[in-house]
Design a protein around this ligand. Structure first.
Ligand code: HEC
Length: 213
């Protein structure tokens, strides 16, 4: 697996405001070293890459903001309140994909919705990398052979205290979760744990541009 570039968290924060800062970190020993200089040209229009980063940051902020509305609420979340947290995130992910000609997924090893299981070896390898390297917030990979041309962007999803109302201990899960997700694996998390990742596939740039309004 060859990573195009990886950003540590601090550089990530800078990127959010500047979008031009590209910092390279040493690649984990498990991965083959990649010869990539800081000045190496990105293989795609960097504005599309920057847009993918921004869209995913906004998606993640949306979930955090929605989950925080449950904090301090003593009532058990119901199917109605759940709709105000992770469901709109999934719908927004689909909409971002449709608007930009990308595919936007959520992926988790410990998944609740089986649709979010890792789809292939690259998914599994990147999740494993995020699990072993909490300092890596996001990274790019070349498209898989099955995808063909294009790029994949991955961004970690961390557990916040506000997520535990529904992703805490097995027993403390709301009734609607126990009832609707009999094969649920998405519990027993604690704040700071890796919950999963966003995975954005950007096909050939021409294709992406053709579908961008
Ligand atoms: C009110 C309950 C609730 C809260 C709070 C909540 N989640 Fe979820 N979460 C769910 C449910 C239910 C699903 C499955 C949704 C579906 O079927 O697509 C889910 C799915 C997910 C998924 C998709 C992967 C999977 O396992 O299916 C991620 C990632 C996720 N949640 C992260 C978070 C994070 C991070 C927080 C806190 C910021 C959070 N959740 C807070 C109920 C919740």
């Amino acid at each position: 697996m060859t990573s195009i570039f990886q950003l540590p968290r601090l550089a990530w924060l800078a990127l959010s405001s500047l979008l031009l800062v590209v910092a390279l970190v040493g690649l984990p020993a498990a991965l083959p070293p990649v010869a990539l200089a800081a000045e190496a040209p990105l293989p795609h229009d960097s504005s599309a890459l920057a847009k993918a980063v921004v869209e995913v940051e906004q998606l993640d902020q949306m979930r955090i903001a929605l989950a925080s509305t449950l904090e301090g609420v003593s009532d058990e979340p119901t199917i109605e309140t759940m709709k105000e947290v992770c469901k709109p995130v999934g719908m927004r992910a689909m909409a971002i994909g449709k608007d930009n000609g990308w595919q936007v997924r959520q992926v988790a090893t410990k998944f609740r919705n089986p649709d979010h299981a890792p789809a292939g070896p690259q998914d599994s390898q990147v999740i494993d990398l995020f699990a072993r390297h909490p300092e890596i917030t996001g990274l790019w990979e070349p498209a898989t052979a099955a995808q063909g041309a294009g790029l994949n962007y991955y961004r970690r999803i961390n557990v916040e205290a506000s997520c535990l109302a529904c992703h805490g201990t097995r027993d403390s899960r709301p009734g609607f979760v126990k009832a609707n997700y009999p094969n649920d694996k998405a519990f027993n998390f604690k704040p700071g744990d890796l919950r999963g990742m966003y995975a954005v596939y950007l096909p050939e740039l021409q294709e992406a541009l053709a579908t961008t309004p």
